[in-house]
Design a protein around this ligand. Sequence first.
Ligand code: AMP
Length: 196
Amino acid sequence: MFIVFIGPPGAGKGTQCKRLVEYLGIPQLSTGEMLRAVKAQDTALARWVAKHLDAGELAPDHLVMRIVAQRLSEPDCQNGCLFDGFPRTIIQAQLLDEFLSRQGKTLDLVLDLRVPQEELIRRLLRRAEEEHRGDDTPETIRSRLRVFEEQTAPLREYYAKRGLLESIDGTAPPDEVFEQIRAIVDRRLALRGRGR
Ligand code: AMP
C-alpha cells in the first residue's frame, strides 16, 4: 500500500505514522527527516536547504521529489510505503503521481489528520519549550501553519476528487486516533482484497 499522510505541524502526524508503519510493515518516508539529514552535511546544498527549513518555508519541489525518488527506488519500497510530510504542494503531488505511474503504481489512500488551528498553536508552543526545537519559535510556528494552509491544504481537494481522501479527528487521544486510522486502513485492504 502506498499511503500519503497529510497533517499540519502539531497534529500528531509523527506519532501516528510510526504506529501505522509498525502495523502495516512498510517503510516510512519522512521528507522532514531526509531534509534535516541533508542540512546536517557540510555542503552548499546543505546551506541552501537550511535557509528554507530555518525560515519555516518549504524546500523546492523538484529537490524534494529528487530525494523521494531516490529513496523510492530502494528495494524495501517496492510494495508500498507511508509518505510522511510529502507531498506538501500540488506540484509535488503531481510529480509523485507521474513517478508512481511510470512504475505502474498508484496511491491507495490519503489520510488527513484534522486539528483546529488554536489547538495546533498550543501544542507547538509546548513542544518548542519541551524539546528546544530550533524550528519551533513563535514566528516559525505561525509561518509553518500559514504555509500549510496555503500550500498543503489544497491537496485535500486534489485527492478527494479521486476518492482517496479519508479525514480523521486528530483532537481525540492518540490511541483513539490510531483506532480511526486502523479501521480506515483495514477497510481499504478488504476492498483491495476484493479487487476494487
Ligand atoms: P517536518 O519534519 O515534516 O515538519 O518538516 C520540517 C521542515 O522540512 C518543513 O517545515 C519544511 O521546511 C521542510 N519539508 C519537509 N517536507 C517537505 C516537503 N515535502 N516539501 C518541502 N519542504 C519540506
